[in-house]
Structures are given as C-alpha cells and as structure tokens.
Design a protein around this ligand. Structure first.
Ligand code: ATP
Ligand code: MG
Length: 203
C-alpha cells in the first residue's frame, strides 16, 4: 500500500463514520414545525441573514411577512427588491427613524404600537410561512413594547409558521422562547476604518 492509498483508506473510513453520525442525528430530528430564530450580537450580518431566509422561503413559493421596527433614512436594497419583484412578500415599516434621531419618546411608542399591531396580525395568520421581525429587540430594550406580550404572540403563532427576529440585545426571556439563537460577533467593521456604508453590502 502506498502512502497515498493509506491516506485515502483512512479518509474513507473517517467519512463513513462521520456520515453514520450525521444520518443518526438527522433521523432523530423528526419534529416537523416552524422554527423561531433569533439573530443577535454586535457584528454585521443579522438583517441580511434574515433576508437570506426570506429569499429561501420565496424560492419555494412561500408567503413571507416582514416588519421592520427601525427604519433608517436610506431605503435598503432588499426593501426595493421585495416591493418591486415579490408579490408573495408583505413589507411593513415603522416609518420613523432611529430613536436617537427622532428623540420623541411618546411618538416612538405610538409608532412601535402601530407597527406591533401589524406584526401581531402576521403572527396569527397561518397563511404566512415566514415572519421577520427586524430590529424588534430595540423596542423591547427601550420598553416601547411589552416583552411578555411579544413572547406570547411568538409562542402562540401557527405551528407551521417560522419566525426570524433580529437586533442587538434581546434578553434571556426572548432567547428562551426561540428555537435557534445565534450571536453575530463583531470582530472588525469597515466603518471603523472610515469606509462609508456601501450600497448592496450595508443597505
Ligand atoms: P446587516 O443589515 O448588514 O446584516 P445587521 O442587521 O447585523 O447588519 P444592524 O445593527 O441592524 O446590523 O446595523 C445595520 C447597519 O449598520 C448595516 O449597514 C451594517 O453594515 C452596520 N453595522 C452593523 N454592525 C456594525 C458594527 N459593528 N459597526 C458599524 N456598523 C455596523
Ligand atoms: Mg439589522
């Protein structure tokens, strides 16, 4: 046996073992239901990941509802694309800017409530396969929305409906209510090197 063929045989045996492990785990996961995903942390990639799942769902002809709780001055590419090309997607935006720009607490609370009403309607509509609540964690952090009310609506949504929640923070009760929680870690960001936010990458 040559060195290479010994390596090949070892690789084949290891891969067979790995496949058996993966297959067993796949066979164990036999619950069919919608999944609630929380994408949090200080790094870049939360909302764009949520819109990646929107694309996946739309690819299968699923119906999608997106509610954005904070809206910057800049329209984002995904908003433009969904509006123009995806009749299966409904997009609702809070319509106010960042709370540190508006500096109007009672106005922000009223806007958050209005926006939450849209989210609540989506979370009780079984015809919607995927709901995205983008940046809702800020509404909870500022106590503009009652956390328990949000969690109750998440937990009593139709069993087949999936949900993606994005935003920094997101307390332990919210994490507890979700099936998948990922934290995007900020290692470096172009902005800190003076690079301007880029169309198609940052918005
Ligand atoms: P994205 O929408 O790009 O996935 P995100 O949802 O993870 O980002 P947000 O906190 O919602 O992050 O911020 C959105 C905008 O702020 C994006 O333009 C993003 O590039 C930028 N951003 C995200 N994280 C950072 C950071 N750590 N430092 C500076 N800018 C950031
Ligand atoms: Mg975001």
């Amino acid at each position: 046996m040559t060195d290479d063929s010994r390596k090949d045989a070892r690789h084949e045996a290891a891969m067979k073992k790995q496949k058996a492990k993966v297959d067993a785990r796949i066979a164990e996961a036999d619950t069919e239901c919608g999944v609630a995903v929380l994408l949090t942390g200080n790094g870049k990639g939360k909302s764009s990941s949520a819109f990646g799942m929107v694309m996946r769902a739309l690819g299968y002809g699923q119906k999608v509802g997106v509610v954005q709780f904070i809206k910057g001055e800049q329209l984002s590419g995904e908003e433009i694309y969904l509006r123009d090309h995806c009749p299966q997607a409904t997009l609702y935006q809070m319509g106010t800017g960042f709370t540190w720009n508006t500096q109007d607490r009672s106005g922000d609370i009223a806007a958050a409530e209005r926006t939450w009403a849209q989210a609540e309607a989506m979370l009780s509509d079984a015809s919607i396969d995927l709901v995205v609540l983008d940046e809702i964690t800020y509404m909870l952090a500022y106590k503009y929305l009652d956390e328990q009310r949000v969690i109750d609506a998440i937990q009593s949504r139709p069993p087949e409906q999936s949900l993606v929640v994005t935003g920094r923070g997101g307390g332990s009760a919210l994490q507890e209510a979700m099936d998948t929680v990922s934290e995007v870690k900020d290692i470096k960001h172009a902005f800190r090197a003076g690079i301007k936010a880029r169309q198609g990458v940052d918005y």
